[in-house]
Ligand binder design. Structure first.
Ligand code: NDP
Length: 427
């Protein structure tokens, strides 16, 4: 731990924050993966900013009344002070290095910032296996690779877990008799990867990736050189691409039921889509909403029969088939109007809801690797059965890979295969 970071408590808090012109306080907890991810950035930043900024840590659980009086409800939370006065909004969750730098820099004279930045040195870390993406596929690869004693680094732009961490309940992952909450399943996987010896780089910015040299630059300051790279960047929600969608994202339009369904207690909600996700998430949303109307563009749902039956039996759910969404409009009372084309009668219709959830499939996350991989017709990375891509020593696993079935268990299988194949090669 850097000498620059000082541990404080409720008794000396006021004195600490007032004694330095600029300071940042980390309210942390134990056994808290996002706190650990932050700690790895906090320490080098404290060295970098030197005498210009004071870096403090305070154990939230032992200083609860203080934390609560400051409105702090989770760990880690960063609070910034200038001349003893709180400045800027607090930060919480998967906090990135650049976010902290941006805030600190905004309160320092520009010549000081230039001097500080001139001291940044890129460090080089060598490893056997670098894995980009910390969902089930990446974490499984990490578990196998680290258990085989390969120096393994798992990198993620967010906190680990991928989509599974925002899945309400997983009821088909082998080994769990009852449904397991998605965030718990991903937590078990990341703890297992950590115990195996995986080195984590969580909530980082992947500045650049050179797949030919097998080099990954993280936060602009750490160059990771690997013998093999596994790409497990997963996929993200597909967009409808219709007027109002981008504008009202987070303001009535959501792509994550577990994140946002709680805001619709007793409200009327629409779900768009006809696949497993749409129907499963609609069922979940009925725990909160008064009603859920599912709009699907054809007459036939794509979702598994069992899930469809459950939805049909749910009194809160109504289906509107053969409705193609055309636009979203937000009303002055914050409700959303969906404009749709009804196919059979070929007429425009519109309905009002308190909120709209979109689940219309996923698209592979490939922004880090433009035009480098051989892709299938849907844009997913083509691999052989050992998960090797067209690029030497580069593997792809999980939802980013071209395949027919995308499940947690198939992602885990991909990661396992890639790690075993690499272990044979590197041996
Ligand atoms: P899917 O691709 O399976 O379904 C997408 C749905 O959205 C389809 O019904 C599709 O309609 C509709 N859609 C696509 N584009 C548009 C558009 N532009 N306008 C209107 N509707 C549109 O995606 P999911 O996310 O549901 O599932 C992805 C994968 O994950 C699947 O393999 C699924 O089986 C799996 N999954 C499994 C679960 C489980 O087993 N528990 C849970 C959730 C997902 P159309 O049918 O007409 O093409």
């Amino acid at each position: 731990m850097s000498d620059k970071i000082k541990y404080i408590n409720s008794a000396n808090y006021q004195e600490a924050i007032s004694s330095q012109p600029l300071c940042v306080v980390d309210f942390y907890s134990e056994e808290c993966p996002p706190c650990e991810a932050l700690a790895e950035k906090f320490e080098p930043l404290s060295e970098l900013y030197g005498e210009n900024v004071a870096f403090y840590k305070i154990f939230r659980q032992e200083n609860r009344p203080l934390a609560e009086s400051l409105g702090i409800k989770g760990s880690p939370t960063l609070v910034f002070y200038k001349n003893g006065e709180q400045v800027h909004e607090t930060m919480t969750g998967g906090i990135k290095r650049s976010q902290i730098e941006t805030v600190l820099d905004s309160f320092l004279p520009s010549e000081t910032v230039i001097k500080i930045k001139s001291n940044i040195k890129t460090t080089v870390t060598e490893c056997d296996v670098a894995i980009i993406g910390g969902g089930p596929a990446g974490m499984s690869a990490a578990i196998y690779s680290a258990q085989s004693k390969f120096n393994t680094i798992l990198i993620d732009g967010a906190l680990f877990g991928g989509q599974v961490s925002t899945t309400h309940q997983v009821n088909n992952y082998p080994g769990f008799i009852d449904a397991v909450p998605g965030f718990m399943l991903s937590h078990y996987m990341s703890e297992q990867a950590k115990k195996a010896g995986t080195h984590f780089r969580a909530a980082v910015e992947i500045t650049s990736v050179d797949l030919e040299k097998k080099e990954i630059l993280i936060d602009g300051v750490e160059l990771i050189k690997a013998k093999r790279i596994i790409v497990s960047t997963g996929s993200s929600p597909r967009k409808l691409g219709i007027p109002g969608e981008n504008e009202y994202r987070g303001k009535g339009i959501s792509y994550c039921a577990i994140c946002d369904a709680k805001y619709y207690e007793g409200k009327n909600v629409a779900v768009i889509g006809g696949g497993d996700s749409a129907i499963e998430e609609a069922i979940f949303i009925t725990k909160f909403a008064k009603s859920v109307t599912i709009f699907h563009r054809t007459d036939t749902l794509r979702a598994k029969k069992g899930i469809q039956e459950e939805a049909h039996e749910n009194e809160k759910i109504t289906f509107k088939l053969s409705h193609v969404p055309k636009a979203f409009v937000r009303n002055s009372d914050s409700s959303m109007t969906i404009q749709l084309q009804e196919i059979h009668q070929n007429k425009e219709v519109s309905y009002n809801f308190d909120g709209v959830f979109l689940f219309i499939g996923m698209l592979p996350n490939l922004d880090l690797f433009p035009n480098q991989f051989k892709l299938d017709e849907l844009g997913y990375i083509v691999t052989d059965e050992d998960m090797k891509t067209n690029l030497k020593d580069i593997y792809a696993v999980g939802d980013v890979r071209s395949k027919k079935y995308r499940q947690i268990s198939t992602a885990v299988a991909d990661g396992t295969i890639a790690a075993i194949d690499i272990s044979k090669e590197l041996k």
